[in-house]
Design a protein around this ligand. Structure first.
Ligand SMILES: NC(=O)c1ccc[n+]([C@@H]2O[C@H](COP(=O)([O-])OP(=O)(O)OC[C@H]3O[C@@H](n4cnc5c(N)ncnc54)[C@H](OP(=O)(O)O)[C@@H]3O)[C@@H](O)[C@H]2O)c1
Length: 321
């Protein structure tokens, strides 16, 4: 580990193209990256650069001439969004990845870091999810189109490294959370959706909140600032196309999550489980050892601390009265 270069040195004089840099995770990456003062950080917005189009990608790369591409742009969503628009999730995520990888190689980019997802894991994956088991089955049905499109980032990184020696790496974050998350109930993930429900129920003095599923499903949550740190560390120190999990190592049941949220939001009513709605994949927790061994990443924020910050943000700024 001591052989890693100085972090400031790594970013010195680098032009960085950060797709999705205005998003939930991307804005945290920008903040952390700014502290290292690279030569340039470029965040292309989808309104100007639709990165699903190879021509647009080519033009952008010719304009920016990046040394490093951090690829975070994606179309993402929770169970509801995945069920409503599986074709969009498949097409957009595949097309946001493949042309950018290819054109980055063509343009002589030094390093490409693709952000995949825990949703790529097979439905029936032994726990904790270990990178070796990624290809041993089809993902859970609701998020398969998204998860499979994300898997192709990994297949691509391997292929371009093998044929051209292109330094492409892929990281796979687990569910992220934190201030700045999406809170539209139609598209949001479970943690911000439940936080919002509890907050709104408290504000209205409701007697109950209704929660999808049975509460037994488990998830692992990674605080967004920790995820941003991991992406930068991977860019600086990791040079292999074997994918790497990014997680916190803490498995939380939906029941435990809601109990903590009820407490943090001061909601006084009761929780009603709607078991006609799906739980999604039953358990999710990651083996996080590779990220630590390969580039020294360990999540720093405890779940309790991260959740308290998230509730505070949503109560004050995220969901104004
Ligand atoms: N959130 C999670 O829990 C989670 C978990 C695992 C993995 N991930 C991965 O982490 C990354 C970031 O996720 P996030 O939650 O931060 O997502 P996000 O907030 O929705 O941000 C995604 C960004 O992608 C950009 N984008 C979408 N379509 C585009 C297009 N056609 N052309 C150019 N840019 C486009 C958007 O840019 P504009 O703002 O300009 O439209 C947006 O800022 C994604 O790759 C996601 O798959 C997320």
């Amino acid at each position: 580990m001591s052989n890693w270069p100085s972090r400031e040195k790594f970013w010195e004089n680098k032009r960085v193209l950060l797709t999705g840099g205005a998003g939930f995770l991307g804005s945290q990456v920008v903040k952390k990256l700014q502290a290292f003062e690279p030569a340039k950080i470029v965040v292309p917005r989808s309104s100007e650069y639709d990165l699903r189009c190879p021509n647009v990608v080519r033009t952008l790369l010719a304009q920016v001439k990046p040394h490093i591409v951090l690829h975070l742009a994606a179309r993402v969503g929770g169970i509801a969004a995945n069920k409503a628009a599986p074709a969009n999730l498949f097409y957009d995520n595949l097309m946001l990845g493949v042309p950018l990888l290819h054109e980055s190689w063509e343009a002589g980019v030094e390093k490409f870091v693709g952000v995949g997802s825990v949703c790529s894991y097979p439905d029936e994956c032994p726990l904790p999810f270990s990178e070796e088991n990624l290809w041993n089955g089809y993902p859970e049905e609701t998020n398969a189109p998204y998860g499979l499109a994300k898997r192709m980032l990994i297949a691509g990184a391997k292929a371009y490294r093998s044929q051209y020696g292109f330094n492409a790496v892929t990281v796979m974050p687990v569910n992220m959370y934190g201030p700045g998350d999406h809170i539209d109930l139609a598209t949001s993930h479970v943690l911000p959706a439940l936080t919002r429900k509890c907050l709104e129920a408290r504000r209205r003095n409701d007697d109950e909140v209704v929660v999808w599923g049975t509460g037994v499903a488990t998830r692992e949550f990674l605080y967004v600032e920790d995820a941003a740190e991991a992406i930068l560390l991977a860019a600086e120190r990791y040079n292999s196309s074997e994918p790497v999990n990014l997680g916190s190592g803490r498995e939380v049941s939906i029941r435990e999550l809601i109990e903590k949220l009820v407490e943090l939001t001061n909601f006084r009513g009761k929780v009603v489980w709607d078991d006609s709605k799906p739980d999604g994949q039953l358990r999710r927790c990651l083996d996080t050892s590779r990220a630590y061994e390969a580039f020294g990443f360990k999540a720093r924020t405890s779940f309790e601390e991260g959740l308290a910050k998230t509730v505070e943000w949503m109560d004050s700024e995220g969901l104004p009265l």
